[in-house]
Design a protein around this ligand. Structure first.
Ligand SMILES: Nc1ncnc2c1ncn2[C@@H]1O[C@H](COP(=O)(O)OP(=O)(O)O)[C@@H](O)[C@H]1O
Ligand SMILES: CC(=O)N[C@@H](CCC(=O)OP(=O)(O)O)C(=O)O
Length: 301
């Protein structure tokens, strides 16, 4: 005999939550959702497991998720072990020839397989690839210009093997998605002209992919609630103009710069909308897609 626990859940509320999800499930059925899964979000085992289950659930209900992961903290840990120091320029890691091999190993080896395994252990089939596979991410050396604080003039800085995606060939993604598999992409690109290996900011890789597959949503999971204003209040919707002003005024800095710029580029290139949301919240993806809550910052064309 099994007795009911005194702490039983409210069954009616559970059923009501599921019922309320129906219109959202219908809305996204058959759609492609690109999820950028940042390195910080992976550090908690509980959150990582909840992320894996969310992605498996998306596939189960007929959505086609494509995962693009980061791994900044994991790269930092490996570089530290090797006594190599990193420098960042506006959220981008300066990548010299001694680092690119290590970065490729961490991203497309260790992290890529961990993320695919997370989704796999939630009962879906995920396949880890890098942007080099099937010519998925063709890149070029990024030409970065920053403002010289003394002169006020823009000047070019050399970031080494940091790439910018110039062409996405999505066929490998369609082949996997169409066969019931979930692609998990490491942000490493192959030089379009020079065949070199390029380190690509994971936000930029996710944005370029979202644009090329005309994703319904690009979900950027990060370690803050979304884009904040000068007073630390969450901005629920951001226009292109506001975003540009926010960067110029110093309201948006560091890693949030490539994130916001990428969202703008993705919606311009064909994604319907991008959302920057809090990966520290369990089931962030489900909350964003299948409830009316929509907790992050929405960026539309
Ligand atoms: N206006 C802003 N709103 C929110 N976060 C901001 C803002 N400006 C800068 N940031 C910083 O950007 C960080 C997110 O970027 P990043 O560290 O690259 O995230 P991820 O590793 O998830 O890609 C936040 O943790 C915060 O420190
Ligand atoms: C050029 C560049 O900065 N590449 C990133 C790639 C990983 C990444 O973007 O990871 P997160 O999303 O976890 O930050 C890096 O080297 O850290």
């Amino acid at each position: 005999m099994k007795l009911q626990s005194s702490h039983h859940p409210d069954y009616h509320e559970e059923a009501a939550v599921l019922a309320r999800a129906l219109p959202f499930l219908r809305r996204y059925a058959g759609d492609t959702i690109v999820v950028k899964y940042g390195g910080h979000a992976m550090s908690s085992q509980t959150l990582a497991e909840s992320f894996g289950r969310d992605i498996a659930l998306l596939k189960q209900v007929g959505v086609n998720p494509i995962i693009v992961h980061g791994g900044g903290p994991q790269i930092n840990a490996m570089l530290e072990k090797l006594a190599i120091t990193s420098q960042f320029v506006e959220g981008l890691r300066v990548t010299d020839s001694s680092m690119i091999g290590v970065i490729e190993m961490v991203l497309s080896g260790t992290v890529n397989k961990q993320v695919a395994a997370l989704i796999g252990s939630a009962g879906a089939m995920a396949v880890g690839i890098s942007g080099k596979d099937g010519g998925l991410i063709q890149a070029r050396k990024l030409k970065k210009h920053i403002k010289n604080t003394a002169t006020g003039q823009k000047q070019e800085v050399d970031l080494g093997f940091v790439g910018v995606p110039v062409k996405i060939d999505p066929r490998v993604l369609y082949a996997l998605s169409g066969s019931g598999l979930i692609p998990v992409v490491a942000p490493i690109g192959v030089g379009e002209e020079d065949n070199e290996t390029y380190n690509i900011n994971a936000d930029m890789a996710a944005g370029a992919i979202a644009g090329s597959v005309n994703a319904t949503r690009l979900l950027m999971l990060t370690d803050v609630s979304g884009v904040m204003d000068h007073n630390g209040n969450l901005i629920s919707e951001l226009t292109a103009e506001e975003a540009i002003k926010g960067i110029e005024s110093g309201m948006i800095t560091d890693g949030m710069i490539p994130k916001v710029e990428t969202c703008l580029a993705a919606v311009k290139a064909g994604a319907k909308a991008a959302v920057i949301l809090d990966g520290r919240v369990a089931h962030a993806c489900l909350l964003e897609l299948f409830t009316a809550a929509g907790p992050g910052t929405l960026i539309k064309a």
